[in-house]
Design a protein around this ligand. Sequence first.
Ligand SMILES: N[C@@H](CCC(=O)N[C@@H](CS)C(=O)NCC(=O)O)C(=O)O
Length: 162
Amino acid sequence: MTLVLTGLEISVYTRIVRMALAEKYLRYSFVEADPFAEAPDPALLRMNPFRRVPVLSHDGFAIFETNAILRYLDAAFPEPALVPHTPRAAARMAQVMGIVDCYGYWPLVRQGFSHRVLGSTTSRWRQRGATCWRCTAASATGGIRCAAAAVSRPPARPSQAR
Ligand SMILES: N[C@@H](CCC(=O)N[C@@H](CS)C(=O)NCC(=O)O)C(=O)O
């Protein structure tokens, strides 16, 4: 059984799938792909024509869209179950996921996190040569990786963020 997760280290959607895989104690390989790169990643494009991460591949079966991946994982690896068993609880879970997906991601991550932590001034934050607010690494890759490390630590107060 082979599970391969293609994603970006700092991607919140990628993180969601990683959390589900961890909850189920599943071993997987992680392949880094940057959906924001100037030149489209051909491997990512082949798996997802919308060029977004994450993509999960299970024994050659590739699936994208985080919600679909989570549903697939829960069906293919039922224990422990991620979806509540009662219809109302399951519906509430789907509702919360929909709210976060539709109304939370863009303002919190793309307009908040990307701009305040990564310092983005363009829609594609790799273009602008990221400078990490924590270590002031100047290279784009270094900055992005440093910011990723910072995500798992207590957040800085807004006034400290660059
Ligand atoms: N609806 C997709 C959204 C995934 C998504 O937006 N991923 C971001 C990274 S967190 C991405 O790939 N963005 C590329 C872009 O916006 O061009 C899902 O649920 O998986």
